[in-house]
Design a protein around this ligand. Structure first.
Ligand code: PLP
Length: 365
C-alpha cells in the first residue's frame, strides 16, 4: 500500500531530536509563551526573511488574527470586502466571514489553479480593503501587477501561506511577499507539527504587536486588556518540534520537487492533465492532476494499492455553510473541483514507490 502521506515515517526520521526537545520542555516546566516559542519564531523569521513571526494555535487562527488586527487598527471595518480566490480551501474564507467581513470570490487560472490576477481589478469596489491570496497546492501566486493593483487601490495584501512554506518568488520567500501572511503547521502540511499549530509573519511591527496581544486574550500585560482577544497560542511542545523540523524543510521540499519532476516527465497518459512545473515557485504540498473520469481513475489507483485524495471535492461557494454564496457561479472553479485528484507526494517516498505510481497511472485506460 502506498500511503498518500506517511506521517509516522516523516516524523520518526527525527525521533531522537524531537524526543530531546520535548523532554527539555517537560523538565523546564513552562508550557506556553516561553523559550521554545521565542526560538522558533526567531528561526522562522530568519528563514522567511521577515522581521516578525508570531506563533499561534493554527492556520485558520493566523488568518483570523491578521484580519482582526487590521480591524482593531481601524484599517478595515466590519462589512468591508476582502477579495479571495473562489478555488481555495474553505479556511481562507472562514477567516473572512468570522470577522464579519464579506468575501468576494475571484476565479482561478485553469493552468495554475491560483487566483487569476487579471480578474482582481474588476472585483474591486469602494468597500474592498484587502486581497487574500492563497498559494494553492504550494504554488506561488504573485506578480508586479498584483502589487500595483494593491498600491493603486490602497489594499492590504495578505498571503494564505498554509500550503507553500519554503516557496520563492524571484528569490523572496512566500510569507514575505505581502503585508502579512498566515501559516499552518497542521500535521500534513510541508512543515507539520504533532498536532495543531500556526504562525503569522509580517514586517509591520504595529500589526505584529496587535496580533500578539489579540492571540493572548487581547492583553500585552497580564490582567490588562486592550482588546477583546482570543486564546490562540502555539504551545511550547509544538514550537520545539517545529523548530527541529524547520532545519529539514528545504531538503524535504527539494525531494518533493524531484518527485514532481519524475511524475511530470514519467506520466504519459492522454487522459491525465499534469500540473505545470514553475520550479522554485512550487513546493508541491499537493501534486494534483486532472481527469474527466476521476472516479474511475481513483478506483484504478485504489485497486492498485495507491492512496489518493481530492483537494477539494466541493468548492466553498457550494457548501451548505455558505448558503449566501450558493447562487453564485464560478465555472472554472467548479470545473477544477470536478476533475482534480492528488497523487501521493512526500519526502519519505522511495524510488520504487514513485516508479510504481508512474507505471500504475500510465497503465490506466
Ligand atoms: C490548512 C489550511 C488552512 C488552515 O490551517 P489549519 O492549521 O488547519 O487551521 C488554511 N488555508 C489553507 C489554504 C490550508 O491549506
Amino acid at each position: 500500500m502506498i500511503k498518500f502521506l506517511d506521517l509516522q515515517k516523516i516524523n520518526l526520521r527525527h525521533d531522537d531530536q524531537i524526543k530531546n526537545r520535548i523532554h527539555q520542555v517537560l523538565s523546564r516546566g513552562w508550557y506556553l509563551l516561553g523559550e521554545e516559542n521565542k526560538i522558533f519564531e526567531k528561526n522562522l523569521s530568519q528563514y522567511i526573511g521577515c522581521k516578525e513571526v508570531i506563533g499561534v494555535a493554527n492556520g485558520l487562527d493566523a488568518l483570523r488574527l491578521i484580519l482582526k488586527a487590521y480591524i482593531e487598527l481601524g484599517i478595515i471595518q466590519e462589512g468591508d470586502e476582502i477579495i479571495v480566490p473562489a478555488n481555495t480551501y474553505i479556511a481562507s474564507i472562514l477567516a473572512i466571514t468570522d470577522n464579519k467581513l464579506v468575501p468576494v470570490l475571484v476565479e482561478p487560472e485553469i493552468n495554475t489553479y491560483n487566483i487569476d490576477i487579471s480578474k482582481i481589478e474588476e472585483a474591486i469596489t469602494p468597500k474592498t480593503k484587502a486581497v487574500l491570496i492563497v498559494h494553492l497546492y504550494g504554488r506561488v501566486v504573485f506578480s508586479n501587477d498584483l502589487q500595483k493593483i494593491a498600491k493603486k487601490y490602497n489594499l492590504k495584501l495578505i498571503e494564505d501561506n498554509a500550503q507553500a512554506i519554503g516557496a520563492k518568488y524571484n528569490g523572496t520567500k512566500t510569507g514575505n511577499l505581502a503585508d502579512a501572511a498566515g501559516f499552518s503547521f497542521y500535521p500534513g502540511k510541508n512543515l507539520g507539527a504533532l498536532g495543531d499549530g500556526g504562525a503569522v509573519s509580517t514586517n509591520d511591527a504595529l500589526l505584529a504587536k496587535t496580533i500578539r496581544a489579540l492571540a493572548n486574550y487581547g492583553s500585552e500585560e497580564k490582567y490588562v486588556n486592550q482588546f477583546k482577544g482570543l486564546n490562540s497560542r502555539l504551545d511550547e511542545i509544538q514550537a520545539a518540534v517545529l523548530d527541529v523540523k524547520l532545519q529539514y524543510l528545504d531538503a524535504d521540499n527539494d525531494i518533493r520537487r524531484q518527485i514532481a519532476e519524475k511524475y511530470i516527465s514519467g506520466i504519459k497518459n492522454s487522459k491525465i492533465i499534469l500540473p505545470e512545473n514553475p520550479k522554485n515557485e512550487h513546493v508541491w504540498h499537493v501534486f494534483a492532476v486532472r481527469t474527466t473520469e476521476r472516479e474511475k481513475f481513483q478506483k484504478h489507483l485504489s485497486e492498485n494499492e495507491i492512496q489518493s485524495l481530492i483537494h477539494y471535492p466541493i468548492p466553498p461557494h457550494k457548501q451548505q455553510a455558505y448558503k449566501e454564496l450558493n447562487h453564485l457561479s464560478f465555472p472554472i472553479t467548479e470545473h477544477i473541483h470536478k476533475e482534480i485528484i492528488s497523487l501521493p507526494i512526500s519526502p519519505v517516498m522511495t524510488e520504487g514507490e514513485i516508479d510504481y505510481v508512474i507505471k500504475t497511472v500510465n497503465e490506466w485506460q
